[in-house]
Write a protein that binds this ligand. Structure first.
Ligand SMILES: O=C(O)C1=C[C@@H](OP(=O)(O)O)[C@@H](O)[C@H](O)C1
Ligand SMILES: C=C(OP(=O)(O)O)C(=O)O
Length: 430
């Protein structure tokens, strides 16, 4: 069947076997590399061009198309559809604002429109408004932006809160890189208050330095202060968020995962350490960047949404098959993702016969005594909820009826194909 078009599928894990599993390219890495490739003269970016088209995450396409639009002559009005991409929209908004004379008209899904973006817009208006930037919001779309032609007299600082999303600061830092290259003077991002999802800002800093930018750090500010082209254009790693699902499937099926580079700096490589809490160990399986997972499940786990927000749904699936309760901490950030993932996790655990209890910022997960005969779930259009439910289906050997499986396109278009490699049968539920 064509899973891409199905709106309701049955996922049957009754005939599993081992096979090597491959994640897609990391969308977070690719988005940063695309912007930096565009700014430093590597366009099109070879390592994105090298990916098979059918495996390219939708968010990477969005970012690439957005950059293509920004490369048009200054007076063209750029229509940029960001679909459901939070990072693409936030990154492109700043890039549009720092592209001299650019006029951009952003649209996206209703859900993307209701996610928080205000602090980023405020930061852009404060820094570049005096130079002529205009930024207006529809209800919620379109977001229309007209960039100043000359920013050389601006105070070279963006201030932004650290709460709600690290993507504000990442986006502004990539903006600082553009401004540094044009004006050859340092530009700085100052972050007010504790930064959420801090590992993703570190990922941005890592990519800036891979592309040859010098960064000066203080406890709450980052300054782009120099640039020297690196000897080679950096290449892209596999996606650790996707590897989270695949490592658990590999453990269950006795297979391997490839393209697992533990030196890639992605926050979700935390999965390797987190599964050790519950008796599992990811170990090299021979060829470079190839892992298998050994061990028997024991105890419960504890993980924080501040460290690895995108892994929490995956870990909730694991929590459902553990012999003891688990705790997810700092879970508030999950409410402002592609769906309310805190509710999504609670719905999944309940559908599987377990219970949850929310205590402030902590979610306690009590697995069921015995797994159900089958369970049903709606993805709510959220790729991570769809892949989490399927991972639980494989881990537990329990059939799943899933509404809305096609949303995996956002980060992992080949997800259902990868599951079929290990014997998971996917049929249209009509
Ligand atoms: O910068 C990025 O690429 C991302 C940052 C995180 O978002 P927040 O910083 O909004 O938590 C993460 O959840 C998202 O999937 C990707
Ligand atoms: C939250 C996510 O992405 P974004 O914020 O870029 O939409 C995600 O992929 O889980």
């Amino acid at each position: 069947m064509s899973t891409a078009k199905a709106s309701r599928i049955v996922v049957d894990p009754s005939a599993l076997h081992a096979a090597p599993l491959t994640p897609p390219v990391s969308k977070s890495d690719a988005q940063r590399a695309l912007v930096l490739g565009h700014l430093t003269g590597s366009w099109p970016l070879p390592s994105v061009q090298a990916e098979a088209d059918e495996d390219l995450p939708a968010d990477v396409r969005v970012l690439r198309q957005g950059v293509e639009a920004l490369r048009l002559p200054p007076d063209a009005v750029r229509d940029i559809d960001c679909a459901d991409g939070g990072a693409p929209f936030r990154i492109l908004a700043t890039q549009a604002a720092v592209t001299p004379g650019a006029q951009a008209r952003f649209t996206g899904t209703p859900r993307l429109g209701e996610r928080p973006h205000g602090p980023l817009f405020t930061s852009l208006r404060e820094a570049l408004g005096p130079m002529g930037l205009t930024l207006t919001e529809g209800t919620p779309w379109p977001v229309e932006l007209r960039a100043p032609r000359d920013t050389s007299n601006a105070t070279p600082v963006f201030r932004v809160p650290g709460a709600q999303s690290s993507q504000y600061a990442s986006s502004l830092l990539l903006g600082c890189a553009a401004l540094y290259l044009r004006e050859r003077r340092p530009w700085r991002v100052e972050i007010d208050g504790p930064l959420t999802s801090a590992g993703y800002l570190e990922l941005t800093l890592t990519w800036l330095s891979r592309f040859g930018f010098d960064i000066l750090r203080s406890p709450s500010s980052y300054t782009v202060a120099g640039y020297a082209a690196p000897p080679a254009v950096p290449t892209l790693p596999g996606d650790w968020s996707s590897l989270g699902y695949l490592l658990l499937v590999a453990w269950k099926t006795g297979g391997t995962v490839v393209r697992a580079d533990t030196g890639s700096a992605h926050p979700d490589d935390a999965i390797v350490r987190l599964i050790e809490q519950v008796g599992l160990r990811a170990v090299p399986a021979g060829p470079p960047f190839t892992l298998k997972v050994e061990g028997q499940l024991s105890g419960g786990l504890r993980a924080s949404g501040e460290e690895c927000p995108d892994l929490l749904p995956t870990l909730a699936a694991l929590a459902c098959v553990l012999p003891a309760p688990s705790t997810l901490t700092e879970v508030g950030i999950l409410r402002v993702k592609e769906s309310d993932r805190l509710e999504g996790i609670r719905t999944l655990v309940k559908a599987f016969g377990g219970t949850t209890e929310l205590q402030g910022e902590q979610l306690l997960i009590q697995p069921p005594r015995t797994p159900p005969a089958g369970f049903e779930m709606s993805s709510e259009g959220d790729h991570r909820l769809a892949m989490t439910a399927a991972t639980l289906c494989v881990l537990s050997g329990t059939p799943l009826t899933l509404t809305g499986p096609e949303c995996v396109e956002k980060s992992f278009p080949g997800f259902w194909r990868q599951l079929s490699r290990v014997g998971v049968r996917i049929t249209d539920a009509g």
